[in-house]
Design a protein around this ligand. Sequence first.
Ligand SMILES: *Cc1c(COP(=O)(O)O)cnc(C)c1O
Length: 351
Amino acid sequence: MKSFEDIARLIRPNILKLSPYSSARDEFTEKAEVYLDANENPNENGYNRYPDSHHEELRTLLTQQKSRLVAPNQLVLGNGSDEIIDMVVRMFCEPNIDNIIITPPTYGMYEVVANINAISIKKVNQLPGFRLDVEGIIKQVDVNTKIIFICSPNNPSGNAVPKEDILKIIETVPCMVFLDEAYIDFSDESSFTSLLSDYPNLIIGQTLSKFYGLAGLRIGMGIASKEIIAVLNKIKPPYNINSLSQKTALDVLKNIDYDNQLALIKAERMRLIDSFEGLKCIEEIFPTDANFVLIKVYNATDLYNYLVNHSVIVRNRSTQYLCDNCLRITIGLPRENDRILELITKYDLKS
Ligand SMILES: *Cc1c(COP(=O)(O)O)cnc(C)c1O
């Protein structure tokens, strides 16, 4: 697919025609002394005015950061990237007609969002070693397939998908590819944002919830061509990011020590993996590019319950495809990692 013309044919006609909600601040954009146009309460308390619906300042700051060096009009913010995923599905997929492709084991929200919107789901399972079945994915695309969801680094496996596999899919399929880069900041692989100008059918999802430590603020990002972002801006609820979240995100992002935080998490990740290697209850430690590590043990439920009984909670992913007896462990603070290591070591001696 070469241009936005090709993409426009994939967009739902009602969305293409949509005239978006126009707020008071959209209709009068200059500075004034007195604002009597939005039915706000005039008593100042810091929050009596509606938030900036365009998130100007935050978007500009975000596009100046590593792994996101795009123009501000190539970025849309959502109430978490879960809202971005929902907006992208509603932009392209006609309920009860269209379908999406997902690649289990993967992030659970793609399936939930599709189900809420009455979009059918084609599953192309990953191959052992958590490799994408590239040919299988391409074969499953039909005229009603609108979006292929790829997660890299993948949740729950943790590995980054090889760049050439992602490129092969983007270059071959006549539909959109949503590349979920929620964990890209922990990876040695670079973001696909620098390739956006070559691939009009690519939409990238990122989030402030993981690396930036702002899961409670609910801020996610959609990054794509300016034409796609313009359409997503029409779908977006006008005030989806509240004033407090925008302000707090700006404060945190201006002061973040990016390199130091990354080094700490990578060092702890390495330390956990090294220590796991000596334990006989652990059968396999899967390669990770994320802030968590997936391990295969002899009896996941038993180890999970043992940890719960000692007040340490990990995620039992055993029900997921290829994840039989697998636990997903988030990298915590050094003392938290010490605690889980101490417990698993004790468990290992008993077993
Ligand atoms: C955590 C996560 C997200 C983030 O969701 P938010 O709504 O931004 O908190 C998105 N995708 C994947 C794969 C995740 O693991």
